[in-house]
Structures are given as structure tokens and as C-alpha cells.
Design a protein around this ligand. Structure first.
Ligand SMILES: [Zn+2]
Length: 455
């Protein structure tokens, strides 16, 4: 089935990408290294040695093998790659459009129906280019416009070509009928043929589930439908993600999942803004993870995230972009900063959530929430080499004080000098090295024009 599936999508990549290239030995030298590994802490002048895509060593004045590529990071700050935990990457094609019409859900539902597979590719690729440019090395592509196998394959292809790490969660489609299950056969085939689709083995498969209703009142499937969907995913042994308790009208959705016996450590709940204390307890008891997306929650009117309450309950929490149709951009630095600000404001406490804790949410905690805590999220030997080098050259930085606070409150995507994913340099000197950003932008505009003309 995989071959037939591959043949159904037109070749749309063009010259937007160059192969990410081989992973040679690589040393990032002399930076201020924030490892986010409690055993190692911060290293004010240290090297990160990378071999075969993995971190071989972190420390001062390391001896590097002959022929090793060396990147000078003196005066710069080195952090683990940033981790997004929920992002509808396909609708990056609709960036900044949620006010153009009847609001986010109806807009994406209406225009999503006009997406062809190539449009899924171009939207996802634009999101990938933005992720890399902004220092995001791991994404959770919450793909809820799977209008056929080719649509899923197109999104996956963009992720694979871009060289990002992440989870691809196969979902339903915009405007999916509530009495019809999502394409569970397509999910099972993708799972079976995963090796032929997962590109450079950095991607894993999940299921994007409507659950008992999600955030969109128009998307409430019948119990026999949503139960069949989650049972299929669990039968395949893949993780599940669901929107729950985002808007005030969705109160009780976590309780409904708990009462139905559907919570579990394989389930990621997105938002949980209107979750009660009892529901937070139910999430914690079940070992479920939560993804918080403060900018989309603020802009769509979901109230305020309960980040510190979730953390206090021992829940694995990650931060997320959600959708640039609402948020405009995928700036994880700003997401960290607003998460810290909202947490402190709600607690009437300057230190309810520190900058370092916010950085943890966007690195190691986010990785753990996706089940990738042993793979990425900290600069720890034997983990895969996902790291970001931040240059202080621009006026919005300019001095080196508390590096963690600078990263969270001062840094912006424009300060990202170098991005390395799995040992491959995808951005260097402030420029993407494997993606043609201008071409990707032109292709995305052309794709959007086509979607609008057909919608
Ligand atoms: Zn979402």
C-alpha cells in the first residue's frame, strides 16, 4: 500500500531543499553552554563534541578528532534544541488569517477542505523552515487535515526533507463528519509501512484524536466513533493526542475522558485551561501529559493556562505553537516568556515560574512530555545532538548577564545563529543551510492562492 500511496502525490519538492547531508564529526567550541542536565549545569566556556549525530562529550577544551568541523561559539550561548509539543503545521499556509472571516475553526474548516496534498506539503514545509530558523528542533505535527493518505504522506515528506525531529500525529480532516470515524485503515497502513515514510528515522507516528469533542463544538463525534478511534491507536501501540478543556464551554472534558477510562500515560491533552483541580488530579493520576499553547489560548479566548498548577501536580508539561493562523509566528522564545509571565501574574509572585523553569518547559520537559526525554532536550552525552547557538551580536542582547533569563526574556528567533538537529547543521551564520527559504515562501504563496481560488 505504501508504494501506491507514494505514487498518488505529485512531486512537489522542486529546489526548495537540498539533502541535509552526512553527519560528520562536529565541535561547537567555547560557548556558554546551558546543558539543562542537572548533573552538568551551566558551563561558561565549553565545547560540545558531536559524532554520528550524537553528543559525544560536553566540557571545556575538549580534544577533537582530526578532520572534525569546528564551529566557533565563543561569546555565544548554547542551549538544547527547542521542543514544540503541538502544532497544526499544515495551516501555516493560513498564517495570520483567523480574523479573516468567521474565526479560526470555521476558517480552517472551510479552507482546509480545499487543501490538496501539495498544499499540505507547502504549508508544512513553511512551518518546518520557520521552526529551524527559530531554533525549534523537535515538533509535534498535529495533522488534522488528513483528507486522504496522500495528504498525510505530503506532510510527512516535508518533515523528513526538513530534517526535523518529531512526532507526526495522523488525524481526521477539517470538517470530518461526526458519525464517521477517521481513516483508521490509512492510519494502520501508515503504521505498517512507517519505515518507508519516516525519512531519516527522526520521526515517530501518533494519532491526533477528536476525543469526546475537543475544542471545536462542531467536532463532537459519537461515543462509538471516538472509542473505536482510540482503541485502534492503542491497538497499534502509538501515542494519542487530544484537545480538551480549552474553551470554557468544554468544561468537564477531562472528567469525561477519566470516567470513560480513556486517560493514560500514552495520552497528551492539549490546553486543559478550564480543567478543575479535580481534573488536574485525574490527569496526574493517569500519567497523562499536557501541552500548553499560551499565545493561541490568549488570542482565541480560552482564558489562562494552568501551567504551575499542572507542574505542581507532577504532570509532564510541554509548550506549543498550536497554529500560526492565530498566533502569527512560531516564536518559542516568546512562548517561554509569556508562559513565565502568565504564571507569575496568576500567582502574584515574581518567582512562581523562573526563566530557567520556562526554558526547561521548552527543552527537557517538553521532550519528556513527548516520550523523548532520553533522546533530546538536554546537552547530555549519548543523547542525539539537537542544539541551538544564540548570538548576542544584535542590540536586543548585547550583554551577557544571566544567560537563562536572557534566552527566555531577551532572545528572539533573529538571534539564532546555528541550529543542529541530529548532528546536521540546518542553520548557520543566521541562514538556513539546507532549505531555500525564498523558494519555500513563493511556493507557499502560490499554494495559498490556489486554496483561496478553490474554496
Ligand atoms: Zn491545537
Amino acid at each position: 500500500m505504501a508504494n501506491a500511496l507514494t505514487c498518488t502525490i505529485p512531486k512537489v519538492t522542486g529546489s526548495a531543499t537540498r539533502p541535509p547531508g552526512a553527519r560528520g564529526a562536529l565541535a561547537v567550541r567555547g560557548g556558554y553552554v546551558i546543558t539543562m542536565d542537572p548533573a552538568a549545569g551551566d558551563l561558561p566556556s565549553a565545547d560540545v563534541l558531536v559524532r554520528d549525530g550524537a553528543i559525544a562529550a560536553v566540557g571545556p577544551s575538549l580534544t577533537v578528532p582530526s578532520g572534525c568541523r569546528e564551529l566557533d561559539a565563543r561569546g555565544m550561548v548554547v542551549i538544547p534544541g527547542l521542543v514544540d509539543t503541538h502544532w497544526h503545521m499544515w495551516n501555516t499556509l493560513l498564517r495570520g488569517m483567523s480574523e479573516s472571516g468567521p474565526g479560526y475553526f470555521r476558517l480552517t474548516g472551510r479552507l482546509g477542505r480545499a487543501f490538496g496534498a501539495a498544499d499540505m506539503y507547502h504549508g508544512t514545509m513553511l512551518a518546518c523552515a520557520e521552526a529551524i530558523s527559530s531554533g525549534i528542533t523537535t515538533v509535534h505535527d498535529w495533522c488534522h487535515n488528513v483528507r486522504g493518505p496522500a495528504h498525510a504522506e505530503a506532510g510527512l515528506r516535508a518533515l523528513g526533507e526538513a530534517g526535523l525531529r518529531g512526532r507526526f500525529s495522523y488525524g481526521y480532516s477539517a470538517g470530518h463528519a461526526n458519525d464517521q470515524p477517521m481513516d483508521l485503515g490509512g492510519l494502520a497502513r501508515l503504521h505498517q509501512d512507517w519505515a518507508s515514510h519516516s525519512g531519516p528515522a527522526l520521526l515517530s507516528l501518533g494519532m491526533a484524536w477528536r476525543g469526546t469533542g475537543g475544542s471545536d463544538p462542531a467536532m463532537r463525534p459519537r461515543p462509538e466513533v471516538y472509542r473505536r478511534e482510540i482503541d485502534t491507536a492503542r491497538g497499534l501501540g502509538i501515542p494519542v493526542t487530544v484537545h480538551a478543556c480549552g474553551p470554557r464551554s468544554a468544561v468537564g472534558q477531562v472528567k469525561a475522558l477519566a470516567d470513560a477510562g480513556l486517560l493514560g500515560p500514552d495520552l497528551q491533552v492539549v490546553h486543559a485551561n478550564c480543567a478543575t483541580d479535580a481534573e488536574i488530579g485525574q490527569l496526574a493520576d493517569a500519567g497523562a501529559a499536557v501541552s500548553v499553547s499560551p499565545f493561541s489560548e490568549l488570542l482565541i479566548g480560552y482564558g489562562l493556562p494552568r501551567t504551575t498548577d499542572l507542574l505542581a501536580a507532577g504532570i509532564r508539561v510541554g509548550l506549543s505553537v498550536d497554529t500560526t493562523a492565530l498566533t502569527g509566528n512560531a516564536d518559542m522564545f516568546a512562548i517561554m516568556k509569556v508562559t513565565q509571565g502568565l504564571s507569575n501574574a496568576l500567582a502574584w509572585d515574581e518567582f512562581a515560574l523562573t526563566a530557567r523553569q520556562a526554558l526547561g518547559l521548552a527543552t527537557i520537559d517538553g521532550a519528556r512530555s513527548l516520550g523523548l526525554g532520553e533522546v533530546t532536550g538536554s546537552l547530555t552525552p549519548a543523547k542525539r545532538a539537537d542544539l541551538v547557538v544564540i548570538s548576542p551580536a544584535a542590540p536586543n542582547l548585547g550583554v551577557l548577564t544571566d544567560p537563562a533569563q536572557l534566552v527566555v526574556t531577551a532572545a528572539q528567533p533573529q538571534n539564532v545563529d546555528t541550529v543542529i538537529v541530529d548532528g546536521r547543521v540546518l542553520k548557520h551564520g543566521g541562514a538556513l543551510t539546507t532549505l531555500d527559504a525564498a523558494r519555500i515562501g513563493r511556493d507557499a504563496q502560490q499554494a495559498l492562492d490556489g486554496v483561496l481560488a478553490r474554496a
